[in-house]
Design a protein around this ligand. Sequence first.
Ligand code: AQP
Length: 354
Amino acid sequence: MSFKKLVFSGVQPTGNLHLGNYLGAIRKFVALQEQSDCIYCVVDMHAITMWQEPAELEKSTREVTAAFLASGIDPKAHIVFNQSRVMQHAELAWVFNCVARMGWLNKMTQFKDKAGKDRENASVGLFAYPNLMAADILVYRATHVPVGDDQKQHLELTREIAQKFNHDYSDRIRDLGAGVEMKSGEETVHGFFPITEPVIEGEATRVMSLRDGTKKMSKSDPSDLSRINLTDDADTIAKKIRKAKTDPQPLPSETEGLKERPDADNLVGIYAALAETTREDVLSQFGGQQFSVFKPALADLAVDKLAPIASEMRRISADQAYVDAVLKDGGERASALAEATMKDVRRIIGWLGN
Ligand code: AQP
């Protein structure tokens, strides 16, 4: 027996869902549901690692759900829910708090970025965030995780946690017959948790700020002009692209020419991702052209692809009862799967009471 392919990923309900979240994650969620069983989670437990206004958190949780549905995720064929409904995530995170080493977490760059200079004042939850993320994935024994490039290090940690758990409890896993044979590089190993594969591919694994091509497009950037929000209307999208930072040179004909030009590279990458093509193809069409030609073409393409999602999000959001019903149903189905894993985990580690 080996692990069945199962996709898991999450998005934080922390407001301002943007083009980076869409191209780096949500659009891949939609594509993967054609080939595999998928579980998509609105990670409201991760959200409170930084202070969230409660009413805003509720609103954002529904908004991310609406974005999933508006983008084309099928909540009947797959599972869509908010994390806090399934308490097994927190239970497994505690186990992983005891598996992961301080030294591993001390290396996490996202904690350093988010905590900034005032580390002493950051929440313990923000520090332990990657252990909860590992639990989100492994409580379903998910094999594939589509994410943006910024999550690479956290997924590496998830793999380390799974390996250490499988190793520390290997005798017990065998005795209970709870393990599965799996490939790890060239070797075949035996373990309870899969060694999860990140799915980080395509032209937009790290969409950058429209105001600074060296900084990631982010929900928390104080400048709204830095990002295209999924709720932006056509005029706003066009205005933000018009105002996007660029340099005075025309576009190069080869990708080599984008190397020292982060703002140009970002816009070409966004175009390629939206058009579902490559940077090479975009440059074969626009190489030698000025931004005065390229930006309107990019704005038209962005409006074409994003405006239908924004209008569908508005339609779905107007029916709050429907959104809440999707989350409730998804939560119930996710709980059943998570509980099956936790029953085994509790026996493996020696917790009585199952
Ligand atoms: N700029 C980006 N380019 C590509 N992918 C991105 N993701 C985020 N930003 C980009 C991917 O979106 C998914 C959900 O992200 P998240 O909700 O966990 O939040 P985040 O990564 O912390 O997003 P932000 O926008 O950067 O928020 P703040 O400002 O709060 O830090 C993930 O798969 C992520 O990789």
